[in-house]
Design a protein around this ligand. Structure first.
Ligand code: TRP
Length: 332
């Protein structure tokens, strides 16, 4: 683990939310002090769904600003845009020769996207996991902090890396999904169904950009009921979710108090949600304000992007020298 190389990224397809924070960014912040880290904004991947590219700059700078507001430090980690590392596209091309139609068509995220956008089942979407593998192994990274939904992509990245090694010689170590011992965190949405999401059920998702009043409104609308009638009853899902969210942002004593109120049937959900809303506001507001300031600081953003691209570029160029040599694409 010592001296391990870390790589991860988030697609700039919407606003970052609590799920992104607790599932990914919080780990990034911790890892930047322990490892050599490459964290990027996956702008190329976002093109697979044909977004309006006039919005791209906005989305990319938002994610970058939110990364920094959450505590990522451009002097510790390389913070960069995927499209600034052109070598990734070259590695993607080589890896495409080692990726098979059958396995790509079987990928869960591909099947899901084809269901959502049947008229746009393009080759970029099909080879999405190949580009992701290129992002990771171009830095010869081994640790990839991601949420549970990315496990299949990581398995594919390992397969592509191993196939390359078998065919052309040992170049890439095996990348693995990483988290800090705890179970992979799933941040539930406020309506009791599924998890928080960048684009779906926005009223049940808390975004890092939400204003105080909006946070209060969303939390107060979370589904509850009349409360338990028997001591120590099991919690319905939607109540369990409120406790889960409280554990993430409230003090331990606070959650413990509501746990015991629940267990002896004296819990008042109105009070609990008010408390949760205030703790949520206290948690989000400083991140939101910092991100806003950074988003308006174009000089800073440009410096961060340039610094990140220089660091990531250096690592990518070095790997690609080895890759071309290994494949036999060196004629003099
Ligand atoms: N597919 C990832 C997601 O949807 C984003 C991503 C692109 C990524 N390239 C990556 C994550 C490399 C980790 C490593 O969240």
């Amino acid at each position: 683990m010592e001296n391990a190389i870390v790589m991860s990224g988030i697609r700039p397809t919407g606003f970052l939310h609590l799920g992104n924070y607790f599932g990914a960014v919080k780990n990034y912040v911790k890892m930047q002090d322990e490892f050599t880290c490459y964290f990027m904004v996956a702008d190329l991947h976002s093109l697979t769904t044909h977004p309006d590219t006039k919005e791209l700059k906005n989305h990319v700078t938002r994610v970058l600003a939110e990364y920094i507001a959450c505590g990522l430090d451009p002097d510790k980690a390389a913070l960069y845009c995927q499209s600034h590392i052109r070598e990734t596209a070259e590695l993607y091309l080589y890896l495409n020769m080692l990726a098979y139609k059958g396995e790509l068509e079987k990928t869960a995220t591909f099947k899901e996207k084809v269901r959502q956008q049947p008229d746009n089942a393009n080759a970029g979407l099909l080879t999405y996991p190949v580009l992701q593998a290129a992002d990771i192994i171009i830095h010869r990274a081994t640790l990839v902090p991601v949420g549970k939904d990315q496990e299949q992509h990581l398995e594919m990245a390992r397969n592509f890396a191993n196939r390359f090694n078998h065919r052309y010689g040992d170049v890439f170590p095996e990348p693995k999904a990483f988290n800090y011992g705890e179970q992979l965190i799933k941040v539930p949405s406020l309506d009791g169904t599924g998890k928080m999401s960048k684009s779906e059920n926005q009223n049940a998702t808390i975004y890092l950009a939400d204003e105080d009043e909006l946070i209060r409104k969303k939390v107060m609308k979370a589904k509850t009921d009349a409360g338990p009638t028997e001591p120590n009853s099991p919690k319905p899902d939607y109540i369990e979710n409120i406790f889960l969210l409280m554990k993430l942002v409230s003090a331990e004593e606070v959650t413990a108090k509501f746990e015991s109120d629940y267990n002896n049937c004296t819990i008042r959900y109105g009070d609990m949600k008010k408390q949760l809303a205030e703790d949520m506001v206290k948690f989000i507001a400083p991140i939101r304000e910092k991100a806003e300031a950074i988003r308006n600081n174009h000089t800073l953003l440009r410096e961060v992007m340039e610094k990140g691209a220089a660091k990531a570029g250096k690592s990518a160029v070095a790997t690609m020298e080895i890759v071309r040599q290994a494949i036999g694409l060196k004629y003099y």
